[in-house]
Design a protein around this ligand. Sequence first.
Ligand SMILES: Nc1ncnc2c1ncn2[C@@H]1O[C@H](COP(=O)(O)OP(=O)(O)OP(=O)(O)O)[C@@H](O)[C@H]1O
Ligand SMILES: [Mg+2]
Length: 500
Amino acid sequence: MNASQEIEVLIRAKYPILYIVSWEEKRVEEALQKVCTNLNRTLHTWSVTQGMKPAVNRPGGQVRTSTLPGELEALALVHEAPEYTVFLLKDFHPYMKDYRVVRLLRDLANRLRGRAETLILMGPSLNLPTDLEKDITVVDFELPDAAAIEATLDRLIEAVKGNSNVDSSLKPQQREALVKSAQGLTQDEIESVFARSLVERKKFDLDVVLEEKKQIIRKSGILEYYAPDAQIKDVGGLEVLKEWLDKRGDSFTDKAREFGIPAPKGILLLGVQGCGKSLVAKAVAAQWNLPLLKLDVGRIFGSLVGQSEENIRTAIKVAESVAPCILWADELEKGFAGVSGGGVSDSGTTARVFSTFLTWMQEKTAPVFLMATANDVSSLPPEMLRKGRFDEIFFVDLPDTDEREQIFGIHIKKRNRDASKFNLKALAKASAGFSGAEIEQAIVSSLYAAYDAKRELMQKDVVAEVKALVPLSVMMREDIEELREWAILRTRPASKKNPA
Ligand SMILES: Nc1ncnc2c1ncn2[C@@H]1O[C@H](COP(=O)(O)OP(=O)(O)OP(=O)(O)O)[C@@H](O)[C@H]1O
Ligand SMILES: [Mg+2]
């Protein structure tokens, strides 16, 4: 069922108040007009600038004179209106902070229930006062689907036919890719991005559409588009994790769907600091060739109450509109910490945001792969770790000797040095307890030392830095032990061997 059909059902079932979440006033209004024609209702629309159109016929026909503020007047008109009417109030959300408006809406909900009269509010974001949650039914008006995008494309191709300056031809494959890439844009955005491509590039160019999508992601303010700047070969060790990821590389294709494979949901990487959790997230995006969207968990919890719930909904929507993609929730515990504490300080907002997120994780059908990372389990709510949320929870421990050898090799090569000129085994042996980040740090410091001594980097420089560095695992031995104990029972190790 699409949004239009849903709205039609709700109007017929005499639901009193609907809230349509959408940016697209024109599309929503057109859809409502169709529904109203089908159902024989008169559609009245109201905005603060235009007032009520068409005017409402009062019983007896007299004109209403009013000194009420516009928004209250609009509600009064709805209250007095005859049956077989539908009212669309645009941009009404700012008024819902007013207690009088809230009260009037509750009264209206009672009056309209069972009457053939429907009040519809619409706005780009959802932010309902708690008092109204039970009285209002929310409808998400979805963005144009593939068929609608194709129709737009065809209209445009028709319009430029005969113009020898532009090449509007598309091979079937290009056409499919173009339509897919435009999903997640509004009707207006689709029209302008296609037109822009024809003007700028003289043809339909996928890159122009993708650029537009990056804009959307940026504007959302909560997601960040990450250019994949790491490769799987930059990750040392973690063989089990790498194998798991490798096996699923092709599972986002239509072919995999036909074969009966569901798109993987996501994984949680839990573990010791600096051992490559964030690195793997970035490398997977490159390996799977999918866009990587970083979710700023801290920023979700905006300063205003109610905003956080809106934020998480937006983030989910944007991610789904870009799907298939990887949603990277780095340092998850920073945002969701203290949920189990009952949200004492923020009147349950954290808990509500959290439950929205959990529900989405459980039920999502769009191919959005969630890549979550965390250092500290104790602050993560237990519900999060229940079966079915993540495909797998991996424990990323400190690298063992073999893994450290690999990591030394990777970072020496990364600095354009020949790794075979170094005794990597000896370095690995000398650096027990080091994380990948500390190995990298030792290499960088040794480069400074060599540069200062005005000669090429040598084994002894690296050895000296390794000796000088006290790894975090020494200072945090007890914490790490505790984490390991917890992880043994509940997670899968990301590496084959045990650390030494
Ligand atoms: N397994 C590894 N292989 C190669 N390099 C590594 C590895 N682990 C860590 N590094 C190096 O250390 C840097 C920091 O690691 P990263 O940010 O991925 O750690 P993390 O596990 O996310 O840590 P934190 O828990 O502090 O966020 C990486 O950018 C990389 O250069
Ligand atoms: Mg990290």
